[in-house]
Design a protein around this ligand. Structure first.
Ligand SMILES: Cc1cc2nc3c(=O)[nH]c(=O)nc-3n(C[C@H](O)[C@H](O)[C@H](O)COP(=O)(O)O)c2cc1C
Length: 230
């Protein structure tokens, strides 16, 4: 009888130990999956080479790799000489947003941008209300974005005409659009007025002008001041 009892006790102990070990090894499968996805999300979002011509996709935990998360934030920009691109990249990293470069089909040469020549390409386009320079590629699923930061250089007080081409090529529905720009010295002024007419239902916020070397802190302060739920 004593031997039987000892055997039973040993068996009970062995069962209990096996059960404990099993629980530890399989702990929190959801959590470990979320951590892995979170890590890849951060890597993808900061990858600058994914910026053109389609938006680099920022993945949320639980989203499939192919999908843009609903309620996403997009930073779309055109930059002829790199200044606006720098601000767009700050925004992307602050917001963990998708980044989309608006690329003209025919790139602007230095001569095209020589605004002291009345006949340079940029001046001709800005003087022609009907000018719509072709752009490469198409933004996929614009309706997935709730907030769109739209960046451009100031050209004669206005947005370059490629921005008009871009807005006419996609429908952002009732998204909130936030313009930003770089310039030599001009403010953003009325540069977004003509753009607003191209988006029937979007809500436009006041925009912001940055100097070419604006720091990430400066851009962060502006983003915080918008009071958006991002
Ligand atoms: C055709 C043209 C017109 C411009 N007009 C203005 C202007 O009206 N006011 C201003 O402050 N800067 C003006 N600039 C300077 C650009 O706005 C400035 O260099 C900007 O940061 C360039 O941005 P990007 O490098 O992203 O192209 C003009 C530049 C060009 C090429």
């Amino acid at each position: 009888m004593k031997r039987m009892l000892a055997l039973l006790t040993a068996l009970t102990l062995a069962c209990a130990l096996t059960a404990c070990g099993g629980t530890g090894a399989q702990s929190d499968p959801d959590q470990s999956q979320t951590q892995q996805e979170g890590t890849s999300s951060a890597g993808e979002a900061s990858s600058p080479e994914q910026s053109t011509p389609s938006a680099s996709s920022t993945q949320e935990a639980g989203e499939s790799d192919e999908e843009t998360p609903e309620g996403g934030v997009l930073v779309a920009y055109f930059s002829a000489t790199g200044n606006t691109e720098g601000i767009a990249q700050h925004l992307q990293s602050i917001l963990d947003a998708d980044l989309y470069e608006i690329v003209p089909e025919v790139p602007y040469t230095d001569e095209d941008l020589n605004y002291s020549n009345d006949n340079c390409r940029a001046n001709q386009e800005q003087n022609d209300p009907a000018a719509r320079p072709s752009i490469t590629g198409t933004l996929e699923n614009p309706e997935d974005y709730d907030v769109v930061f739209l960046g451009y250089p100031i050209w004669w007080g206005q947005a370059p005409k490629v921005i008009y081409t871009f807005l006419e090529s996609c429908d952002f529905g009732d998204a909130t659009i936030v313009p930003f720009c770089t310039s030599g010295s001009s403010s953003i002024g009325s540069s977004a007025d003509g753009l607003q007419e191209l988006t029937a239902n979007a809500q436009w916020l006041d925009g912001q002008r940055f100097s070419s070397g604006a720091s990430q802190d400066e851009v962060t302060q502006w983003v915080d001041s918008l009071g958006l739920d991002l």
